[in-house]
Design a protein around this ligand. Structure first.
Ligand code: WTA
Length: 656
């Protein structure tokens, strides 16, 4: 056990030594002894067996018919996993648990107004079947894409599972995105069905979601065949339904008790599409296949997050993003555990809401983001400290790098001082966790995500594709396929190949778009994106898209958008001469972003500056703007055409 991590390291190009050094923190022995994965042999198995070792992941699922091949890599980079096999994702998340745990809680939901609802696996089975039958009645057939535009209500996972049951891929659009963003995603996915709601609460106020959906409908190219509307707000908001609009509750009531045979899907058939920001302004529709995705998600839920059926597990991410798909819905339900679903905000009604929910539910595993942890730190340790959090035995983080300081705070004040923390690196495209320490196997290193998981051939390379030396920055790439990987892009094969793949002499390389370093022990540190994408508020934004929206405002000439290290969006904006930047212009910029992308895209800060710093070739020096936003030291600016502007920008930032 002590030399854990030895083999995880090989994949990043090192093959000696053990995870060590001052920065390594061992998992507590009591945790390790019970951990699902507590044997370094798992790395060896993957090394000796190659891709076939991923059988272990497929074995966690129920197959209707067994697969012939683990990996078909005959036509790279179009890889297919578990070919020949058929299965149904909803049956794996619901039906197969009925024998053993039909009365166990599957979902415990907490609404924004303090409402609670609980679903046993039997309840879940009943409602998923009823909705599946209802969707069929509305005309939804296998392979029809259904768009879901819902906040964090139980109807969202239920709708995902109902779609999966009938083989209709879902296309979840984060509820906070704008009508315009929804319309783009409906069109791009060729979706003719929509499930949305009347509205939801934002703090005290009832917010009308249906009117956003209506606006989207006016903008789409085609038309929707049917819309299903969940009544989230009851009397607080009345919406009138048109002829092709149906109340969710009425559908479920009318089909209560119906059973719909789960459709046997090929492992390679589409389970869902999820739009994400790419390196161009247009979102990319990432496609996930049923078998590989579910297998990888189930395997990591058990082996990385150490989730078991008797856990109460809470992934705080919104289901509108990939983390909520993989680790809020599919992973925990495929594992047969109890999962907490929370609609509200972490500071409402008070700043201890998260800790209150953990205590109330005796949550044993909690998975959140560094952005959230930073807020918790800012609010103060007295909030977690005033709750009994002793039920927690593992903590997770995802979405961006966590500083060693935040890591320690999280462990101290939330993890009782000794809970393991798994820092998990992955992407919408990887489908599931790809880099992380296995908490029962290897020591953790605060601030580093850890070695690649067994079976993930991640490498940090230079521009020529050669592995970099320890500590040297490079590009994070993955040199062989993995089961959770996207099967393609909605935009077609060519775009998929161009966006992600490079052909090297010895095979194809998946480009993650992240910069990274790797240490002597093979632990990877993520440096952030190397393209024009920023990660803030658990969302990937394309900076070019945000900038073009800002530049569309009257009087604005140029804009550069960066993320600061507090997870905030900072926009640097220049105006036409004669135009005085004022509060009204700030407001306009915020409104424009909210309308075209969604409220999540409103900048936290808008810094007006006479000029943007540019290189002699006219490129905006984004790194510098990032450093200024973060209050970091910045290096050499001699390459700038207009170095004099730097001082002005700094003082503009400092003075608000
Ligand atoms: C970043 C979220 C540092 C990274 C699951 C990646 C991270 C992007 C980590 C994907 C981590 C994710 N440490 N950075 N542990 N996890 N990232 O598609 O830049 O929303 O490329 O998927 O988030 O974001 P996405």
């Amino acid at each position: 056990m002590d030399d854990a991590g030895v083999d995880g390291r090989r994949s990043v190009g090192r093959d000696d030594g053990i995870a060590s050094g001052d920065d390594a923190v061992d998992p507590p022995a009591a945790f390790r002894d019970r951990a699902v994965a507590n044997d370094v042999g798992v790395y060896e198995a993957f090394e000796t067996e190659g891709p076939d070792a991923w059988r272990r992941a497929a074995d966690l699922l129920d197959w209707v018919s067994d697969y012939d091949r683990v990996l078909d890599d005959g036509d790279p980079p179009f890889y297919e996993w578990f070919t020949g096999g058929t299965l149904n994702a909803a049956a794996n998340c619901v039906d197969r648990h009925l024998d053993e745990r039909r009365n166990q809680l599957a979902i415990r939901w907490f609404g924004k107004r303090g409402e609670r609802r609980s679903y046993t696996y039997l309840d879940l089975h009943r409602e998923v079947n009823a909705l599946a039958a209802g969707l069929r009645d509305l005309g939804v057939e296998e392979d029809d894409v259904v768009t879901l535009y819902l906040p964090m209500v139980p109807e969202l996972p239920i709708a995902m599972l109902a779609c999966a049951r009938i083989g209709a891929p879902h296309n979840v659009v984060f509820a906070g995105l704008s009508a315009e963003a929804l319309a783009t995603r409906i069109d791009a996915a060729d979706s003719e069905y929509l499930i949305t709601c009347d509205g939801y609460y934002r703090r005290e106020d009832a917010f009308n979601q249906k009117s956003k959906a209506d606006n989207a409908r006016l903008r789409i190219d085609g038309d929707l065949d049917a819309t299903v509307v969940v009544d989230r707000l009851g009397d607080a908001l009345d919406v009138t339904l048109g002829g092709d609009e149906h109340g969710y509750e009425a559908i479920v009531d009318a089909h209560d008790g119906a059973t719909v045979e789960p459709v046997a899907r090929n492992a390679t058939d589409l389970l869902f599409v999820m739009y994400t920001s790419g390196t161009t302004g247009r979102p990319k529709g990432v496609e996930h296949a049923t078998g590989g995705y579910l297998a990888h998600v189930a395997w990591t839920t058990r082996n990385v997050l150490d989730v078991r059926p008797d856990d109460t597990y809470w992934c705080a991410a919104d289901i509108g993003w990939i983390t909520g798909h993989s680790y809020g819905v599919y992973g925990p339900l495929a594992t047969g555990t109890t999962t907490v679903l929370y609609e509200g905000s972490p500071d409402y009604p008070d700043r201890d809401r998260v800790w209150d929910l953990i205590e109330r539910n005796a949550v044993s595993i909690f998975y959140t983001s560094p952005t959230a942890i930073r807020s918790f730190m800012k609010w103060g340790a007295e909030y977690p400290d005033s709750h009994d959090l002793s039920s927690l035995r593992l903590l997770g983080t995802v979405g961006e790098s966590i500083t060693p300081k935040a890591w320690r705070w999280y462990r101290e004040h939330v993890g009782g001082g000794d809970a393991p923390i798994v820092d998990t690196w992955w992407q919408t495209e990887t489908g599931a966790i790809a880099l992380a320490t296995l908490p029962g196997v290897s020591p953790m290193k605060p601030g580093k995500v850890g070695p690649p998981l067994p079976g993930i051939d991640a490498r940090v390379v230079d521009e020529d594709g050669e592995p970099v030396d320890p500590g040297e920055p490079g590009f994070l790439t993955i040199a062989s396929p993995w089961p959770g990987m996207l099967r393609g892009l909605r935009e077609g094969d060519e775009r998929y190949r161009r966006e992600y793949w490079l052909e090297a002499e010895d095979g194809w390389r998946y480009r993650t778009g992240d910069g990274a370093t790797v240490d002597e022990d093979g632990y990877v540190t993520i440096l952030g994106r190397v393209d024009d994408v920023i990660n803030v508020r658990a969302h990937r934004f394309n900076t070019g898209k945000l900038e073009s929206v800002i530049v569309g405002a009257d009087g604005v000439t140029e804009a550069a958008v960066v993320g600061d290290d507090g997870g905030k969006i900072v926009a640097y904006v220049t105006t036409r001469s004669g135009i005085e930047p004022d509060a009204a212009l700030r407001e306009t910029i915020g409104e424009r972003l909210a309308a075209s992308v969604g409220d999540v895209a409103r900048p936290d800060r808008i810094v007006f500056t006479p000029e943007l710093p540019k290189t002699r070739s006219g490129k905006i020096m984004r790194r510098l703007l990032e450093d200024i936003a973060r209050g970091d030291e910045f290096g050499d600016i001699s390459a700038l055409r207009n170095p004099e502007v730097v001082g002005e920008i700094e003082s503009a930032v400092r003075n608000g």
